[in-house]
Design a protein around this ligand. Structure first.
Ligand SMILES: NC(=O)c1ccc[n+]([C@@H]2O[C@H](COP(=O)([O-])OP(=O)(O)OC[C@H]3O[C@@H](n4cnc5c(N)ncnc54)[C@H](OP(=O)(O)O)[C@@H]3O)[C@@H](O)[C@H]2O)c1
Length: 333
């Protein structure tokens, strides 16, 4: 038996219960992982309260109850089923992948979604960076590849994804503008690659972006806040700019007429998800190598803002939804 956080129905943080479960032995293509750390992600809150994987009330709830949340973790391979060649007994590994089930001391899972951690990268760093760092990789390099000299806008700059994206975008050579909701978060964003930081809880971020870009606007907005920022993010874009809506921490975006894109200068709009950008083993390994390379070279600093014991996962959800966290949040078994 191992301990895990399970939920028996959708709801607020109180539905997260610390329970004993049986996990069994790994089958063909599977391993049993003893987890050193588990990554908390905003998507876990959408799934917990039943609004679906994309925080959209129209989406189907993908969970079957009793369910275990979690898409990100790192640990040591403790048992290997038949036909596994991606990893071996004793390997230190990390993942950002389906199936759900990371909120557990140990889990049985498919081996082909695991990547080995380089020496010098701890399990805590691995769990803090796999999902958020792979997200930064595909957003900045493949969904809309940014170039040196671009000026770009990233919302929630001091969040888990935000601190990684600022550093990576600055490393590529972009001028990076970020938004945050407090002076403390602004200072943190500035120390993680952001050249300009706007407190969108006090300032009009559209006016400030126009001022910073001398009226031109930015070439791309990476918007993970959603409802409260979406339309004004469109207003920040330069002609033929790209709107990348990749989350909705403030709630789902209301339907928008396509004319909203023409009216603002022939804009492009995409709503991407990580799993479509690491859909094959080759894509996953290439993206993870790029991520770990920057970490090992000291170009990306992984900020673990706070850790919670696994049994206190509900408190972690409360803090994340209340905007009290910064950087990555870990659950420690
Ligand atoms: N599509 C994908 O592939 C993908 C992958 C990973 C993550 N995501 C999305 O990226 C976003 C960031 O994820 P994360 O795990 O790194 O979380 P996070 O950024 O650490 O936390 C969310 C942040 O959003 C901001 N926010 C603005 N309005 C909010 C509101 N009403 N309620 C709560 N937060 C609000 C807060 O920062 P301020 O206080 O500074 O405003 C908060 O800290 C999420 O929307 C997530 O769903 C998408």
């Amino acid at each position: 038996m191992v301990k895990a956080i399970r939920l028996h129905k959708a709801g607020g943080p109180k539905v997260l219960r610390f329970e004993e479960i049986e996990i069994g032995a790994p089958g063909p293509g599977e391993v049993r992982l003893r987890q050193g750390a588990i990554g908390l992600n905003f998507v876990d809150t959408y799934l917990r309260d039943g609004t679906g994987a994309y925080g959209d009330t129209g989406a189907a709830n993908p969970l079957a109850y009793p369910a275990i949340l979690g898409l990100e973790g790192a640990g040591v391979v403790e048992a290997v089923g038949p036909g596994v060649d991606a990893v071996a007994l004793g390997d230190r590994v990390a993942y950002a992948a389906l199936p759900f089930g990371a909120y557990a001391e140990q889990r049985v899972m498919p081996a082909d979604v695991l990547v080995k951690l380089p020496s010098g990268v701890s399990e805590q760093i691995g769990a803090a960076v796999m999902l958020k760092g792979l997200t930064a990789e595909y957003l900045l390099r493949r969904c809309h590849p940014i170039k040196p000299g671009d000026t770009i806008l990233i919302h929630a700059a001091a969040g888990g994804c935000g601190l990684l994206m600022g550093q990576w975008a600055a490393h590529i050579g972009a001028t990076v503008i970020g938004t945050v909701s407090s002076p403390e978060k602004a200072a943190l964003a500035r120390s993680h690659g952001y050249h300009h930081v706007i407190d969108y809880s006090r300032e009009d971020f559209v006016a400030r972006v126009r001022e910073l870009t001398k009226g031109t606007g930015v070439s791309v907005v990476y918007d993970s806040v959603g409802r409260t920022t979406f339309t004004r993010s469109l207003d920040c874009l330069a002609r033929r700019g790209v709107m990348v809506l990749f989350g909705q921490a403030s709630g789902p975006v209301d339907p928008v007429p396509l004319s909203a894109l023409t009216d603002r200068g022939s804009l492009f709009l995409t709503r991407p998800g990580l799993l479509d950008y690491v859909a094959t083993r080759a894509e996953l390994v290439t993206a993870a190598n790029a991520l770990f390379d920057l970490i090992v070279r000291g170009i990306l600093r992984v900020e673990i803002g706070q850790t919670f014991a696994l049994k206190d996962a509900a408190d972690a959800h409360i803090a994340l939804e209340a905007r009290r966290t910064y950087g990555s949040t870990l659950l420690i078994p």
